[in-house]
Design a protein around this ligand. Structure first.
Ligand code: CA
Ligand code: CA
Length: 87
């Protein structure tokens, strides 16, 4: 992606975009795979707060893994359905 590009988040596949209720940033995640990094972000969406804050439905989180930034959105109807996009 480059500056000015747009991203349509269409979690129910009807052609109309949905806006996540809240966007978080987890910071840099150490994991052996992107799936592991995304799972870690879902377990703890907020690195500034102690303990683990699970990503809820209709929330999104930016994470960094192996030098790249990803955005993942939790589906509003199916918990833990994941979309990851390299930015
Ligand atoms: Ca939609
Ligand atoms: Ca936390």
């Amino acid at each position: 992606m480059k500056e000015g590009d747009r991203l349509l988040i269409d979690t129910n596949d009807d052609g109309v975009g949905e806006t996540p209720a809240t966007l978080f940033y987890t910071g840099r995640i150490s994991a052996s795979s992107l799936a592991g990094a995304v799972n870690a972000a879902y377990r703890d969406k907020n690195f500034k707060r102690r303990g683990q804050q699970k990503l809820q439905a209709n929330e999104a989180v930016f994470l960094q893994w192996q030098g790249r930034t990803y955005l993942t959105v939790n589906d509003p109807s199916l918990a833990l359905q994941q979309i990851a996009i390299c930015c």
